[in-house]
Design a protein around this ligand. Structure first.
Ligand code: SF4
Length: 297
């Protein structure tokens, strides 16, 4: 495959120009190869977060990857091998950042720490048993006034399309490893992740018991919780309204500043406003932000 563009921005634009823009360019003597045109691209889709997810630079576009990041050419074989198990996916907006993009480049041979924040340690995990199966419900560090439920994205996995190379949930989001409880001796026990609506329902059932009355805060995280549809969010918020002790509600997200701000559409904002108006609970976003000089090495 021969690709002419060495500049990231030009490369991305050339892939995504729509037919009208291409015609305008041609009228002005600018001819862009059509082989890599994205057929669904148009100025209208720029604001559509699902389009951004579909157009991530992924491991099966390794030829493009090497043009954009020639420094990886020297260890091409080990990179190819690495990408077989690593979920590479650099979002179009993140490709526009000449230096910030390095936050999303994998370091070959990188072995993520399994649980850097201790959210899977046995003494901090609250579970639910149903039909002989054990499900993860939330993390609650003893003595803290916060629940930290890590939400699944279906298929019993944690998913985040933002793809930070140093993802704090790396084994689950970048290497597709299952969630587990980590016991005191270091052994791991596999655990199922329920669908998010059930998860919050089970959490509220436990939360409303007297032993948790000191907990007033909840921080929903993932993977990426903003990957849930508005319909699922609506159901999650309905369940959350049953919480007797909720004063503080936070959403931990990378979507806002790391590539898909468009996910915060009018319908989602309206859901949050309705929830706040009906419950009086303030809603806060805990957002991941990248520094332009970030480099994960
Ligand atoms: S935004 Fe957060 S969850 Fe997503 S890849 Fe980055 S660190 Fe991981």
């Amino acid at each position: 495959m021969k690709i002419e563009h060495s500049n990231m921005r030009a490369f991305w634009l050339a892939q995504n120009l729509n037919k009208e823009t291409r015609t305008l360019c041609e009228r002005n003597g600018i001819f862009i190869p059509t082989t890599s045109t994205n057929p669904i691209s148009s100025p209208d889709v720029w604001g559509d977060w699902k389009w951004h997810i579909k157009n991530r630079l992924s491991a099966n576009q390794i030829d493009y990857f090497h043009i954009l990041f020639p420094e990886y050419k020297t260890n091409q074989n080990s990179l190819n091998e690495y990408l077989k198990s690593y979920d590479l996916g650099i979002l179009p907006l993140n490709l526009q950042l000449p230096s910030g993009v390095r936050k999303f480049l994998p370091k070959t041979g990188f072995k993520p720490e399994p649980d850097p924040y201790g959210v899977q340690r046995v003494h901090s995990v609250i579970t639910h048993k149903e039909a002989g199966k054990k499900y993860y419900v939330t993390t609650h560090k003893p003595g803290y006034a916060t629940f930290l439920p890590i939400l699944g994205a279906g298929a019993n996995r944690l998913y985040c399309p933002i793809a930070c190379a140093g993802c704090y949930r790396g084994p689950q989001t970048r290497f597709n490893e299952p969630m587990s409880i980590i016991h005191a001796d270091g052994t791991k026990e596999s655990i199922l992740i329920p669908n998010p609506v059930l998860q919050i329902k089970w959490l509220i059932e436990k939360w409303n018991k007297p032993e948790y009355s000191h907990v007033y805060d909840i921080l929903l995280s993932g993977g990426e919780p903003m990957m849930l549809s508005n319909e699922i969010w609506e159901e999650v918020l309905l369940e959350l309204k049953q919480a007797k002790h909720l004063l503080n509600f936070r959403i931990c997200t990378g979507a806002l500043f790391l590539g898909i701000p468009f996910r915060f559409d009018d319908k989602f904002i309206a859901l949050l406003v309705k929830f706040r108006d009906e419950t009086g609970v303030q809603i806060k976003l805990s957002t991941h932000i990248s520094h332009p000089e970030t480099r994960y090495t």
